[in-house]
Design a protein around this ligand. Structure first.
Ligand code: ATP
Ligand code: MG
Length: 388
């Protein structure tokens, strides 16, 4: 009787012919997450994934797996041969452990028999094991509708017995849905946006815009730290760091002050598009949320969109700030995000920004500016970091 970890996979189980591909991606993500912890093997068995490891490492492995997208439940189970006596013993042991942790009174046994060659049917296994448990633990009774705990028995190549199911993040394995370039500021929203797209299976690279020496080196360090937090979920992040001070100076000199934010946003997405296209990336990702600030009105968003043709994904568009903050706390980026370092947007930021910009006005302001050479110059001088 040995303890192993079982992993249930959600949505990816629906993927028909792609299922094997998704499973293999998931396994490779899991392996990466537990890289430096010692384990014996990871294997698939009839719809679930199992990990065999030294007992003292199991909890550590579970903690890492919680952060891998594509996992629905994680459980610690006993693995035994498909033999009723062994299943009984493992079930009793599981229940005994449960009782030492929490005072429970009612239970239900639920069996799933993937291996139809096993001669005893699921309901009979459940009622037999239920009877054995009742006999051994006088304090317990069966409640089929609302039990304090379920004892699950999976009959596959082996038999697996478990009680607790730890919830994963669900979603899809990173790498199964393209590659996005996240516009990563130092704020609260953009790391959350990256997290959400990674959860849908996107690989993530990042681009940060700064105005060094007006913005500090510490501000850039903070963004690297944020990327590092994100990389726990996404895997390695390539981070492009672009100085846009010359662009901001030029805009400040030649364009109406109230358009500064929207104009620099248009430069940001243009530069990001350029980086994306030359690196084979599929989309940009921003942390915008409708109406949150002056530049995030529907008019502002439209005018920024018009600067590029690559899709801009905005996973936070319909979320309230409080919801976004909750997620940032959950993924542990919040405390970093609220560190008060200067952001390039505060430089030359207009007192009364235009909230309903018209494309025609913005384009006319840009006529005085050599867009291409400014972009080329910024990209020629950008730095690239590998964050992991
Ligand atoms: P965040 O909390 O992500 O900074 P915010 O609420 O401060 O967002 P804005 O400053 O208007 O909102 O920025 C909107 C989005 O534009 C950000 O979520 C981010 O994706 C992108 N962005 C803004 N400033 C930068 C920057 N300096 N570098 C990279 N991306 C940026
Ligand atoms: Mg910001």
């Amino acid at each position: 009787m040995e303890k192993v970890i079982s992993v249930s996979i959600g949505e990816i189980a629906l993927k028909g012919l792609n299922r094997k591909y998704f499973e293999d991606q998931l396994i490779s993500r899991m392996k990466r997450a537990i890289d430096e912890i010692q384990y014996n093997k990871i294997y698939k068995e009839q719809g679930k994934i199992y990990i065999e490891a030294p007992e003292e490492n199991l909890d550590l492995i579970i903690n890492r797996l919680k952060k891998v997208f594509g996992l629905v439940y994680i459980s610690l189970c006993y693995r035994v041969e498909k033999d009723m006596e062994k299943i009984e013993l493992a079930s009793l042991e599981m229940v005994k452990e449960k009782l030492t942790e929490t005072p429970v009174k009612t239970f239900k046994v639920e069996t799933s028999r993937a291996d139809k060659s096993f001669p005893i049917k699921s309901p009979e296994i459940s009622s037999h094991i239920g009877g054995v448990i009742l006999k051994n633990f006088e304090e317990l009774t069966v409640d089929v509708h609302n039990p304090n705990f379920y004892l699950y028995i999976d009959i596959k190549k082996n038999a697996y017995i478990y009680i607790d199911r730890i919830e994963g993040y669900r979603g899809m394995p990173v790498g199964t849905n393209g590659h996005g370039l996240l516009l990563l500021s130092g704020g609260i929203d953009s790391p959350v946006a990256g997290f959400m797209m990674a959860k849908r299976g996107m690989n993530i690279s990042g681009v940060h815009f700064h105005s060094y020496p007006f913005t500090s080196e510490r501000a850039e360090e903070k963004v690297k730290d944020l990327a590092r937090k994100l990389s726990i979920y996404t895997g390695n992040i390539k981070l492009y760091s672009v100085n846009i001070l010359d662009i901001q100076k030029e805009l400040n000199k030649k364009c109406p002050e109230k358009e500064m934010t929207i104009l620099s946003r248009r430069f940001m997405v243009r530069i990001a598009e350029e980086i994306a296209l030359s690196n084979g990336l599929d989309a940009l990702i921003t942390g915008e949320s409708l109406g949150q600030v002056a530049s995030q009105t529907i008019e502002g968003i439209s005018v920024v969109n018009s600067a590029v043709s690559i899709p801009i994904l905005r996973p936070l568009i319909g979320l309230d700030k409080i919801d976004i903050i909750d997620i940032s706390k959950d993924i542990d980026t919040y405390q970093l995000s609220i560190l008060p370092y200067d952001d390039c947007c505060t430089l030359f930021s207009p007192k009364h920004p235009v909230t309903k910009p018209k494309l025609i006005d913005i384009e006319s302001s840009e006529k005085n500016i050599d867009i291409d050479s400014l972009i080329k110059n910024a990209i020629d001088n950008m730095k690239i970091y590998n964050i992991n």
